[in-house]
Each structure stands twice: as structure tokens, then as C-alpha cells.
Design a binder for this molecule. Structure first.
Ligand SMILES: Cc1cc2nc3c(=O)[nH]c(=O)nc-3n(C[C@H](O)[C@H](O)[C@H](O)COP(=O)(O)O)c2cc1C
Length: 330
């Protein structure tokens, strides 16, 4: 069993990665139902939180069925980060996660996210202040380093453990790589094998199939795996990996009924949480993912993304299920 503070996770937990504009409560709901063991909110701006920005506060919405759930915060100012950890703690998540990995310009170039990898003393102080500000376990998500010549995550892991973090997730790329090239997990394995490191180490980057999950588990010895992009349009990946790890066999791929059911669930939860108009609008980017690979799907997709009427959309989903009920899906 893997423990983060008092949170008990299964022996080899599968985590849903925090993803901006993706891992909101509706998406988390379908991932949870399909086997995600630990999930995080999208990253939330500490500056937004301390200024009561509606968009940031909405991201603090968490539901009991999601537990255990972590709130992820980012920022460059230590006082704002401490304060936002206190605000986040008040909504009673299971843990607080700090983002030290975001590579995008408007975050990293403002001194937040991966930028802290270039100022380790500040990162350590920030982390220590956050740990002191909350009774919840604090975890960190980061990258290998800023660039190829400064892969300092091992030092980072030791120093952040020393100031009290209770788990670390590492994306096997540098900031400079953004999402290019292949994720390299060798350094993640070194940290896991470092006798100084006692906290759980989760590997992240490019896990896209049950085979790869098993291969990376065995090769790199991590305590669990965090999955991001592969869950988009395919939340079944968590149970698929678990089943393959347990039995060595593949679960049958989701049929059209499962695909429509998950889409419907995601849509209905979107509407419930975001309201009718926004719920319908923001769901539009998910349809192509859920129905990837279906032959001659274009007309259905057009209908789904053109319509703003929930009854019409529900009817299209029923029609899709009927149309493809005899199609073999792989
Ligand atoms: C659309 C998108 C949004 C992301 N937003 C966040 C975020 O809010 N916080 C974070 O720590 N990482 C974020 N990431 C990075 C992912 O959590 C993850 O580290 C990365 O996608 C690599 O994992 P994967 O190969 O399994 O997708 C995001 C990635 C994507 C693709």
C-alpha cells in the first residue's frame, strides 16, 4: 500500500494528472468511475485565489465521490502561495499539491511553475511555508529540471522532502522540452532508488497503454504512475492498466455503448456544474476524443458541435449508439 500522510492508496496507484481546462469535476467523475486512484484539480492561480477571482474559486469545487483529491496551486510569490494554501485547505481536499512543472510562458516566465526549478532556495522556502500553513499533506509535481544541463530534480526531491512534502510526481522532461521528445524516466528511477528518499515517487510522462505502464513499472520501480493525455477521450485507461497488471490480459475495448454512456455522463455533469450554455459549449472539444476511430463519424460530430440544444445533442448520442451498434471497435 502507498501512503501519502494518512491517505491510503492501493499498492500501485494510478493518478490522474492535473490538466488545465481538462481535469475539471465532470472529467474527473468519469476517470474516477474508471479506476483513477488519486486525482487533482487543474492548477489554480494563487494570485487568483487571494483576489477571489471567480474562475480560480470555481476550480476549488470538489465533491466527496472524488476523494482522495488534491488541489493544485501555482504562483511565484511566497506569501500568495501560503495564503492560497490556506484558502485551499478551507474547502477540505485530501491534499495540497504545488505545481513546479508548468512550462508555458505566461506561467514560467512570471516566475511560477517550472521557473522555480531555477531558484531552488526560493522553491524550498515556498514549500516549507506551505507545509507549515496547512494540516493537510503537501505534495509536489515537477519536471527533471529547467534544461538538459540543469537536471536538478534529485536535489529538489531531497530538499523538498526535508521540508515536509509527502510525495513527489515527476514528469520525465525538462522545462525546455515542453512536450517534445520522449519522456525519460531514468532520473525518476534514480530518485526512487536514492536511500535518502522515503516519500512515494510517482512517474509521469507518455504512459499510453497497459503494456507501457507495466514496462515502466518494472523498469523504473516507481511507486505509482500519473497519467494525463492518455485519459483524454479514454478514461478507461485506468481500469485497463489495472486489469492488465493483475491478469496479463487485456480488457475488451469500450464498445459503442460504453463510449456513449461516458460521453453522456460527462456532458450531463458538465451542464450540472457549469450551467446549460457553458456546459454544452465546453463539451464540444471532447466529442472527437470519445468517438475517435469511428468510421464516417464526421456528420455526427458536426451535429454535436453545431448544436446548442441539449435535447438535440441527447438525440444525436442515441443515434450514434444505434448507428454503430454492429460496428466492431478496436
Ligand atoms: C492540456 C494539458 C493541461 C495541463 N495542465 C497541467 C496543470 O494544470 N498542472 C500540471 O501540473 N500539469 C499540467 N499538465 C501536464 C500534465 O499534468 C502531465 O505532466 C503531462 O501531460 C505529461 O503526462 P502525459 O504524458 O501522461 O500526458 C497539462 C498537460 C496538458 C496536456
Amino acid at each position: 500500500m502507498v501512503k501519502i500522510g494518512n491517505i491510503e492508496l492501493p499498492e500501485f496507484p494510478l493518478l490522474l494528472a492535473p490538466m488545465e481546462d481538462v481535469s475539471d469535476p465532470p472529467f474527473r467523475a468519469v476517470c474516477k468511475q474508471n479506476g483513477a486512484d488519486l486525482m487533482y484539480t487543474e492548477f489554480i492561480s494563487s494570485e487568483g485565489l487571494i483576489r477571489n477571482a471567480a474562475k480560480s474559486l470555481q476550480k476549488l469545487d470538489i465533491f466527496d465521490f472524488e476523494r482522495p483529491i488534491g488541489v493544485q496551486i501555482f504562483g511565484s510569490d511566497i506569501d500568495s502561495m501560503r495564503e492560497s494554501a490556506i484558502i485551499s485547505t478551507s474547502v477540505n481536499p485530501d491534499l495540497i499539491d504545488i505545481n513546479y512543472g508548468c512550462p508555458v510562458k505566461n506561467v514560467a516566465c512570471k516566475g511560477a511553475g517550472a521557473a522555480l526549478l531555477r531558484d531552488i532556495p526560493k522553491m524550498v522556502l515556498m514549500t516549507s511555508e506551505i507545509v507549515k500553513s496547512t494540516h493537510l499533506p503537501v505534495t509536489v509535481k515537477t519536471r527533471l529540471g529547467w534544461d538538459e544541463s540543469t537536471k536538478n530534480v534529485e536535489d529538489v526531491a531531497e530538499r523538498l522532502q526535508d521540508v515536509g512534502i509527502e510525495a513527489i510526481s515527476i514528469h520525465g522532461r525538462t522545462r525546455k522540452q515542453m512536450y517534445k521528445g520522449d519522456a525519460d524516466w531514468t532520473l525518476i528511477a534514480e530518485i526512487k532508488n536514492n536511500p535518502r528518499i522515503k516519500i512515494p515517487v510517482f512517474g509521469n510522462g507518455d504512459i499510453s497503454s497497459p503494456e507501457k505502464a507495466v514496462e515502466y513499472k518494472n523498469r523504473y520501480g516507481v511507486d505509482g504512475i500519473m497519467i494525463g493525455r492518455a485519459a483524454i477521450g479514454h478514461p478507461w485507461i485506468f481500469n485497463e492498466i489495472k486489469h492488465f497488471m493483475k491478469t496479463g490480459e487485456h480488457l475488451a475495448p469500450p464498445g459503442i455503448k460504453e463510449r456513449v454512456d461516458v460521453t453522456r455522463e460527462h456532458l450531463e455533469m458538465s451542464i450540472k456544474w457549469k450551467g446549460m450554455n457553458l456546459g454544452i459549449a465546453e463539451m464540444k472539444r471532447h466529442y472527437a476524443n470519445y468517438f475517435k476511430g469511428l468510421p464516417f463519424f464526421k456528420d455526427f460530430r458536426t451535429k454535436l458541435v453545431m448544436s446548442d440544444n441539449i435535447d438535440e445533442i441527447r438525440a444525436v448520442l442515441i443515434a450514434i449508439e444505434q448507428e454503430y451498434s454492429n460496428t466492431e471497435l478496436v
